[in-house]
Design a protein around this ligand. Structure first.
Ligand SMILES: Nc1nc2c(ncn2[C@@H]2O[C@H](COP(=O)(O)OP(=O)(O)O)[C@@H](O)[C@H]2O)c(=O)[nH]1
Ligand SMILES: [Mg+2]
Length: 316
């Protein structure tokens, strides 16, 4: 019989192997893993969770690497969750992330975990939240979540962060127009990376104009130029992040900070949605007859769904 409390204690003590095993068990949906998570949750909420999103190739991993460097100099323990789609077309992405952050791989105060989209279908956001909670409970001061800024799943992932950084690059005038409203909506700090390239000023101007168009106050969403490969601008980026964090906490000195509530709500929603989705899949497998009847038109989707929902709710 696995001793859940013992595993939880090991994770809380920062035991890397225990944490890695727990993350694997969560992936494999080993039932005991949830019991350990229940014990860990009261010990989470201390880490500063920073989201980094943007198009593939924008330099997210390089920015994250520079941020790790910055926080390590301040003697902070840093956890990283790199979420990347592992479609046949971008299968190398995670390998790229690993290479970009390689120099920190041997640092005992840096823990990097890659999550592939594949295998987390629909549950990516929940999986990410769980890994963030484990890293938080381990005592990481900062947890950085890197995710590609496409799709609802990725947007959901970023809403788990206290501060969300959106990384763009110069020379993509049209592409900036194509940045989804949703992505701009979630940006707390905008980064124009690869500022060593032509057109950074124009990109900044375009972003300012877009923010104004959307009614954002320029002081609310700061725009920072970086050259992640050399570390140029990273100090300024961290300052902008700190200022956002301060504004966030200053506004809610009484009671629970809004961002913390939103994060808790998102965590709860993900958990419920994920469980319901799995319950629906399980139940559908058991009701082949119902699907057949629907296909034959001897029942309708409304009556059939009533029946299925009833079956799910009486079961749980
Ligand atoms: N010129 C230049 N190249 C950069 C900069 N930041 C990242 N890169 C390069 O852009 C490529 C993609 O970077 P990566 O961090 O993997 O992007 P990601 O897909 O957004 O994580 C790599 O070859 C980096 O070396 C920068 O500031 N300037
Ligand atoms: Mg990357």
């Amino acid at each position: 019989v696995p001793d859940f409390a013992k595993v939880a204690d090991a994770v809380k003590a920062g035991d890397v192997r225990a944490a890695a095993r727990l993350m694997r068990d969560l992936d494999d949906q080993v039932p005991g893993a949830v019991e350990v998570m229940k014990l860990l949750y009261p010990h989470t909420g201390r880490a500063f969770v920073l989201g980094v999103t943007g198009n593939p190739g924008a330099g997210k991993s390089t920015v994250v690497d520079a941020l790790i460097e910055h926080y390590r100099k301040l003697d902070k323990k840093v956890g990283v969750v790199a979420v990347d789609p592992s479609s046949p077309f971008s299968g190398g992405a995670i390998l790229g992330d690993r290479i970009r952050m390689q120099r920190h791989a041997t640092d005992p105060n840096v823990f990097i975990r890659s999550l592939a989209t594949r295998g987390h279908l629909g549950g990516l956001s929940r999986s990410t939240a769980e890994v963030v909670h484990v890293l938080d409970a381990m005592g990481h001061d900062v947890v950085i979540v890197e995710t590609v800024g496409v799709g609802q799943d990725e947007v959901d992932v970023v809403t788990q962060a206290e501060t969300a950084i959106v990384v763009t690059v110069p020379g993509l005038g049209d592409e900036i127009q194509a940045i989804k409203a949703g992505i701009l909506e979630i940006a707390d700090v905008l980064v124009v990376n690869k500022a060593d390239r032509e057109g950074a000023d124009r990109t900044v101007r375009d972003l300012v104009a877009m923010l104004e168009l959307r009614g954002h106050d320029a002081r609310e969403v700061e725009i920072v130029r970086t050259v992640a490969t050399t570390g140029k601008g990273i100090d300024e980026l961290v300052h902008a992040v700190d200022r956002h964090r301060q504004r966030n906490s200053a506004a809610h000195q009484s009671g629970i900070p809004e961002r913390a509530r939103r994060r808790a709500e998102a965590t709860l929603r993900e958990q419920v949605v994920d469980r319901l989705r799995r319950a629906v899949d399980d139940e559908l497998k058991k009701h082949v007859d119902l699907v057949d009847r629907l296909a034959e038109r001897t029942t309708d989707p409304y009556t059939a769904s009533d029946e299925l929902v009833r079956a799910i709710t009486t079961r749980s």
